[in-house]
Design a protein around this ligand. Structure first.
Ligand SMILES: Nc1ncnc2c1ncn2[C@@H]1O[C@H](COP(=O)(O)OP(=O)(O)OP(=O)(O)O)[C@@H](O)[C@H]1O
Ligand SMILES: [Mg+2]
Length: 560
């Protein structure tokens, strides 16, 4: 073992009594100290740089082509990073920031990544001035706490009896997306949808974005997107002889196939006469008829089955005037059970009338070139579907992502009814208080808190740059107006001027901003704390783990 620059060199053979001792596997790569830090910070900065131009209403979109040639056009931070298929371990941590931000708050993924990148960029400058990373990390921790404190202090409380802030936040979330032209219309729908599924708890609500079912169908335009009070299934009715419309429908939800099950082993039946064939077929028919009878006996008028339905059963059901849908998605079955009050039956023998759900109307309708089934007027009204329309599949997909952001910000406010204005006003206000706070700190931590404040200003700089404005002029004006006590002075990029953002109706949930600070600080601190990267060499022939993709792939440090 050799000592290199104060470190133990584990990757080169050491001599112990003349015998070489290998600690790491052959082909392993190791980088450490400044070199490791620099590589990690650079990789993370590149990731942040790649999403920067997508921030804000004037941000650009990215076209991402995956290995199958499928194209995604988006300005959603998380989607961009997910599709980029990043390999570098430190860069991957920024992808994690976007993921956490998306899971916890649903919006603000681009901002969180931009701030994390800037925190690292500024930290590198201090490291180069010989300030130890742990001092920077401590400073960042203190700064983050102070920033969160400031957010709480400046936040505007929301009265949930009125829906104006919900709508404004939804409009802001969609202002930066391809669907921006229709943001007002879509925001109305999103607010209605979320309020329909939210459960009231004293003054706040509890809600799950997943309760709003989203279906998309190419055709018409985004302005034809609609909210349906009920569940829409992307399925047509199984048999042409079945009714297309059933009112006051009792619905059986089945998680069992209405087919004769095949045996797991091969069996041979010796048939010696035509009578035997007939008897055999008759037997099969009786079994299938029995299945139909059980459904009829339970009193169902509609059958929605997660698995297959035999042609013969479809025929029998059609004769009885029962509507059937086969191969429904598991997630749809769960939503249907919740909405119609029905139970998902796994064994047909057990079905009784008590298991059936209820909907006022089940109807097949033609949407574009396809047919979809609408289950409306459900027993429990907390079931809604957003049916997204749009000229091409790419537009409907981006509309789905944008509506997801809108639903998330509405949920955020319903769960924590506080908002802040947008256009970088809260970031500038946090930066201002942090700079004052820094003055109270002793020594080098002061520098760390100051660069944290500067990193927050990166949001204003990026929004301005993306709008083709001059960041120096705008930033100086923003700083000056915040110093004068204008808490909500922000850059209104559509007008290209510094404005009071509360007057412009640009609001965002406090949850998004808080999470942005937390996830960006955590990721930056984690990356700064690494001073040693030990990477195993690439496996020559990766073994296939049982039923899985090749495991153990990890790029060597030299390949980053
Ligand atoms: N009219 C406006 N003027 C200025 N800034 C605005 C305006 N509308 C929205 N913004 C700002 O744009 C930023 C949001 O941009 P964007 O939605 O592209 O990124 P994100 O929310 O950070 O990430 P993502 O939406 O990709 O998860 C917020 O800082 C918001 O305040
Ligand atoms: Mg956004």
């Amino acid at each position: 073992m050799r000592i290199k620059g104060g470190y133990l060199d584990l990757s080169s053979p050491a001599q112990a009594g003349g015998v070489p001792v290998l600690v790491l596997k052959e082909g392993s790569n190791r980088s450490r100290g400044r070199e490791a830090q620099h590589a990690n910070i650079t990789a993370a900065k590149i990731v942040a740089e790649s999403v920067r131009s997508a921030l804000g209403p004037k941000g650009m979109d990215k076209m991402l082509v995956d290995s199958f040639g499928d194209v995604t056009i988006t300005s959603d931070g998380r989607t961009i990073l997910d599709e980029m298929d990043i390999q570098h371990p430190a860069a991957k941590m920024l992808v994690e920031v976007a993921k956490t931000q998306d899971n916890e708050a649903g919006d603000g993924t681009t901002s969180a990544v931009v701030i994390a990148g800037e925190l690292l960029n500024k930290a590198e400058e201090l490291i180069d001035k010989n300030i130890h990373p742990t001092i920077i990390i401590d400073g960042y921790k203190k700064a983050a706490e102070k920033a969160l404190d400031t957010l709480e202090k400046i936040a505007i409380p929301v009265d949930l009896k009125k829906q104006d802030y919900l709508k404004k936040a939804a409009v802001t979330a969609m202002a930066s997306k391809i669907v921006a032209e229709y943001k007002e219309y879509l925001a109305d729908i999103a607010v209605k949808a979320m309020l329909e599924v939210a459960e009231k708890e004293c003054i706040t609500y509890k809600c799950d974005v997943e309760d709003v079912k989203v279906e998309k169908k190419t055709g018409e335009s985004i302005s034809d997107t609609s909210l349906i009070n009920g569940i829409v299934l992307d399925k047509e009715i199984a048999h042409s002889g079945m009714p297309k419309r059933v009112e006051k429908a009792k619905i059986a939800l089945l998680d069992t196939s209405l087919e004769i099950e095949k045996t797991e082993f091969d069996a041979k039946i010796n048939i010696e006469s035509p009578d035997q064939i007939e008897a055999f077929l008759k037997q099969e028919e009786t079994m299938l008829k029995d299945m139909t009878e059980k459904i009829v006996a339970a009193g169902a008028k509609v059958v929605i089955c997660q698995k297959g339905i035999d042609d013969m059963v479809q025929h029998f059901l059609a004769r009885k005037g029962i509507v059937a849908i086969r191969r429904a998605k598991k997630s749809d079955m769960e939503k249907l059970a919740k909405a119609t009050g029905g139970k998902i039956v796994t064994k047909l023998d057990d079905i009784t009338s008590a298991d059936l759900g209820y909907a006022a109307l089940v109807e097949e309708r033609r949407i574009g070139d396809d047919k979809m089934t609408f289950v409306e007027g459900c027993k429990h009204p907390r079931a809604v579907t957003l049916l997204i329309r749009g000229g091409t599949e790419r537009i409907t997909s981006e509309a789905e992502r944008s509506l997801h952001d809108a639903l998330c910000v509405i949920k955020d406010i319903l769960e924590e009814p506080k908002v802040v204005a947008g256009g970088s006003a809260p970031e500038l206000e946090m930066a201002r208080t942090l700079k004052m706070y820094a003055e109270t700190l002793p020594g080098r931590e002061q520098l760390a808190v100051k660069i944290f404040a500067e990193a927050l200003e990166a949001v204003a700089i990026t929004l301005t740059e993306n709008a083709g404005l001059d960041p120096i002029d705008i930033l100086s004006e923003l700083r000056a107006r915040h110093d004068k006590g204008e808490t909500w002075a922000g850059i209104e990029v559509l007008e290209g001027k510094v404005q009071d953002m509360t007057k412009k109706g640009v609001f965002e949930p406090i949850t998004v901003k808080k999470q942005m600070i937390k996830s960006a600080t955590e990721a930056a601190s984690m990356i700064l704390k690494i001073d040693d990267v030990i990477a195993a060499g690439k496996m020559k022939a990766p073994p296939m783990p049982p039923g899985g993709a090749p495991g153990g792939m990890y790029p060597g440090a030299g390949e980053y």
